[in-house]
Design a binder for this molecule. Structure first.
Ligand code: HEM
Length: 397
């Protein structure tokens, strides 16, 4: 069974696919075929360490083109070695500084407050849609890109369509094409002006080996900031789900308890399904836990499975922010945005942005007086990316 091509099983089972396979193999590495290629599925902190070990895996041949043409674009995600190091330095400089993170989180809070004022006394609003709008407006303002309504829906569409076939996927491709074209023009305009400190200007004027990026690649990297910032809306909807299911978590958030808020944010990122797995290709003959991983094998790191493994997280299906209180988190333990060192490897450089913006939204939500009208808040694990079916409708009286 494991040697049948598993792409169809992923299409139907979604997040449960790899955890099911791994359970049948008693947690050991699972050899399989994926997209007609030999692959091995692994999971757990040791597996994440193996996955991110320098020199083990490459990315540019591992990412399927449907994912690259929708979610990522042909930019930093697809680079290896020296080319990756040079491009990553741009993101580290832009995203991994406290000042920038605080400015963006403050903007998110301000825009949320403005929009929330408009909800009072009205009908139901959908938390997912509202959060996406708040986040994309904040990201646009922060990077220096003009805001508009279509921008939000295109950014959401790029994330929605990466793991699907049919209309959802087509919408994602069109959204990416449209936005890469629009932002390429903006990059060209910005290049005619003196450099400033905005992200759009810094990307437009960024030099690699003494040359500017071509305007399309610069646009892709700009989208690599505003798209995932907008994607925090998935976590915001999940946070709304958690506040509804576990109302006892609300009190400490309402008090503005920052340590508890951080723990709540980590638990949202652990508990709820977003990134199902990550992929890389073996650069040479390797072995993991006595299983051969020949050169060229696709290595799939089961992120969702790792976050629900009782050997790593006692009672993994309980939502318990307390599990993150008063202890450091291992580099390879909690990996919703990848593992290892974000400065040198592929780990997400936007992790502090996610933590800060989600923390801002979560505290505001906890302080807001609202109720959920009847709706289907169920989460279908077969759909990637998953989210509560209703998007979490709220009424603010
Ligand atoms: C919604 C929340 C987010 C999730 C779930 C997420 C997840 C991820 C994951 C899983 C990776 C790939 C790790 C790997 O390949 O090993 C990644 C990479 C990346 N993320 Fe995020 N991310 C999020 C938010 C952000 C934000 C807010 C930004 C920027 C503002 C960002 C920018 C990037 C970039 C530029 C990369 C490529 C890094 C590289 O290849 O070196 N992400 N993210």
């Amino acid at each position: 069974m494991a040697f049948l091509d598993q792409s169809v099983a992923f299409g139907t089972k979604g997040y449960a696919w790899l955890p099911d396979l791994r359970r049948r193999h008693h947690g050991r590495p699972v050899p399989l075929r994926f997209g007609r290629q030999p692959a091995v599925a692994i999971s757990g902190p040791d597996a994440a360490r193996f996955f991110y070990h320098r020199g083990h895996l490459e990315r540019h041949t591992a990412l399927p083109s449907p994912v690259v043409d929708t979610l990522f674009g042909r930019g930093v995600h697809t680079l290896d070695g020296e080319a990756h190091r040079a491009r990553k330095a741009l993101f580290v400089a832009l995203l991994m500084n406290e000042n920038g993170v605080d400015t963006l989180a403050t903007l998110v809070g301000k825009i949320f407050d403005e929009r929330a004022d408009g909800w009072r006394g009205g009908g139901p609003v959908t938390l997912f849609d509202e959060a996406a709008r708040v986040l994309s407006d904040a990201a646009a303002r922060w990077t220096g890109v003009p805001e508009n309504d279509l921008l939000t829906s295109d950014l959401v569409a790029m994330v929605e369509g990466f793991a699907s076939v049919g209309p959802r996927h087509l919408r994602a491709r069109l959204a990416r094409m449209r936005r890469e074209r629009q932002l390429s023009k903006i990059i060209e305009d910005v290049r005619r002006q003196p450099p400033t400190d905005t992200a759009v200007s810094r990307i437009a004027h960024h030099l690699e080996n003494g040359y500017l990026l071509d305007s399309r690649s610069a646009a892709v990297e700009l989208i690599n900031i505003i798209r995932p910032t907008t994607a925090v809306a998935w976590f915001a909807a999940f946070a709304g789900h958690a506040l509804d299911r576990w109302p006892g978590t609300r009190a400490r958030l309402r008090e503005g308890d920052d340590a508890y808020t951080l723990a709540f944010v980590h638990e949202v990122r652990r508990f709820y399904p977003f990134v199902p797995f990550l992929g890389g290709r073996a650069r040479r003959d390797l072995a993991f836990q006595s299983t051969d991983v020949p050169k060229g094998t696709l290595v799939l790191l089961d992120v969702y499975g790792q976050h629900h493994d009782p050997r790593v997280w006692p009672e993994p299906y309980e939502f318990r922010p307390e599990r993150f209180l008063g202890r450091p988190i291992g580099e390879f333990e909690l990996i919703p945005q990848g593992g290892g060192d974000p400065r040198t490897g592929h780990r997400c450089p936007g992790e502090q942005i996610v933590i800060a913006t989600l923390g801002t939204l979560v505290q505001r939500l906890a302080k807001l007086d609202y109720y959920l009208p009847p709706q289907d808040t169920g989460i279908d694990l077969g759909r990637v990316p998953a989210r509560p079916r209703s998007g979490i409708k709220i009424v603010v009286p």
